[in-house]
Structure formats: C-alpha cells, structure tokens
Design a protein around this ligand. Structure first.
Ligand SMILES: Nc1ncnc2c1ncn2[C@@H]1O[C@H](COP(=O)(O)OP(=O)(O)OP(=O)(O)O)[C@@H](O)[C@H]1O
Ligand SMILES: [Mg+2]
Length: 253
C-alpha cells in the first residue's frame, strides 16, 4: 500500500529524516513512536506531500507520489489525514463536516455550492454510524466533546474512501478513556475496510495496546521496526535516549 525507499528530508543543514525505508501493507495498523522532534510529523507530511522530500521514493497504491497537480489529486484521493486538533469546522453541522470528506470525489460545480448528492449523504451517514455518532448528525459540531469531534474526524477521513489514513497524534488532546475509545474506532475501521493506518503516538502504552507493528524513530532514523511484544525496555531506551517516554498531560476538552 505504501513503500518508502531511501527517504531523506533536510531543513537547511538539519537532517530531519535520514534513509527511511518502510513498507506498510493493506489493513495494517502501524504506530510510530519517538520523542519530540524525532521526525514523526515530518514523515507523515512527506507521505502526503505537505512537505517535499529532499530525496528518496514514496510509492502509494503502486504509484510513485509526485507534487504535480495530477499526482497530488491522486494522493489526496487515496490518503486521508486525522489531526490532533480534529480540524473540524466548529459551526458546521456534524454531517456537513463528514461530507467535506466527499468533496474530492464530487464534480467541482456541486462542491462549490455545497450541494451534496444523495449517495454522498448516505456514505457520510454510514461513516457516522461506524463511529456511533449518527444520532448527532444534525448538531453543530462545536456542541460535541473532544472525543466526539475526533470521531467526526475519523468519519470524515473514512468518507473519503481512502486506502491509507495518516493520523498525527490523534489522541494527544484526550483523556485516557476517550483516547482508547477513539483508537478502537480507528483500528476497527482499518481492519474492517482494509485501510493502512500510520498513526503517530506519544504514548508507549497505547502503542503496545493497539499497534500491530511499531516503528520507533529517533533523531530522524528508524531504530526499531517490529511487533509490540518485542518492544523491550532496552529498545525503548534506544528510541528515547533521554528517557523521555512520558505521556503528555491530557487536556479534557
Ligand atoms: N518547516 C520546518 N523548518 C525547519 N525545521 C523543521 C520544519 N519542520 C520540522 N522541522 C524540524 O524537524 C524536526 C522533526 O520535526 P517533527 O515535527 O517531524 O517532529 P515530531 O517527531 O513530530 O515531534 P513532536 O512529537 O513534538 O510532534 C524538528 O527538529 C523540527 O524542528
Ligand atoms: Mg509531531
């Protein structure tokens, strides 16, 4: 589904990513762990080309990704994003937020006027049902809790019908119970629909609990790639050389 070969990303003289090689299969739930500044977000941003790699190849769904407009369009069709701060439009109805996930597949004259064909509304409703928020479809999104907003974020990503979901610290702003609920929805969708998920997390506990595979990144390099069961304390020390495995204090919003 995703193949990354010899990826490097430099910011000036600084190497943010060095020689990243990674293959992610259909339906795989992969968690990236690493200390702050390790390059986790930069890696996701290179995959969906929000950042231009300095060198290396990224192949998504069998096609080498590129930054020309056709390449970007294809990439945006196949790859959906989930963000730490949800990126939902607060004053929009929940269903409309999810429908924005359909915009890329709609004729532009319809999307311009935000006229959504019935079939797209039905897809959005199915995605809301999957995260058990169908009963909130007609509410303004800013009336929802943080965990519910992130479930809307997941539903919007699913509405895109993606092959790949990139999630950059999707539960960093949530309390532990809500975080587990949100990660469960994401993992279930990944296995039911065969979506490859790459999820950046700060919390080692969640990574061990939810990941099928963990990739440890430290100072821009992959230092571990294997199953959660084999993530020993020694390996954690390599991933977090300064011993910084602490969980960020959750914000309840
Ligand atoms: N646009 C940029 N210009 C210059 N340096 C950057 C830029 N984006 C990222 N970096 C640097 O690249 C490194 C990796 O950043 P990145 O955001 O990928 O880390 P991260 O692992 O996601 O950290 P965190 O866990 O804090 O989110 C950092 O040292 C950061 O300062
Ligand atoms: Mg980051």
């Amino acid at each position: 589904m995703i193949e990354i070969k010899g990826l490097n990303k430099n910011f000036g003289d600084f190497a943010a990513l060095s020689d990243i090689n990674l293959s992610v299969a259909q339906g795989e739930f992969l968690v990236i762990l690493g200390p702050s500044g390790a390059g986790k977000s930069t890696l996701l941003r290179c995959i969906n080309r929000l950042t231009e790699p300095s060198s290396g190849k990224i192949i998504v769904c069998g096609q080498e990704s590129s930054s020309d407009s056709a390449g970007l369009r294809k990439l945006r069709c196949n790859v959906a994003m989930i963000f730490q701060h949800y990126n939902v439009v607060p004053r929009l109805m929940v269903l409309k937020n999810v429908l924005t996930g359909r915009l890329g597949s709609m004729p532009s004259f319809l999307s311009l006027f935000q006229i959504f064909p019935k079939k797209d509304v039905e897809i959005a409703r199915q995605c809301l049902k999957r995260v058990e928020l169908l009963d909130k479809a007609r509410l303004r999104t800013d009336t929802l809790s943080g965990g519910q907003k992130q479930r809307v974020g997941i539903a919007r990503a699913l509405a895109q019908n993606p092959k790949v979901i990139l999630a950059d610290e999707p539960v960093a702003s949530l309390d532990p119970k809500t975080s587990r609920t949100v990660l469960n929805y994401l993992k279930q969708a990944s296995s039911d629909l065969g979506i490859a998920v790459i999820c950046n997390l700060h919390q080692v506990d969640y990574a061990k609990e939810f990941a099928q595979r963990i990739v440890g990144v430290s100072a821009g390099r992959i230092v571990y790639d294997g199953p959660p069961e084999e993530l020993t304390d020694e390996i954690l020390q390599i991933i977090y050389p300064d011993g910084d495995t602490s969980v960020e204090s959750p914000l309840n919003d």
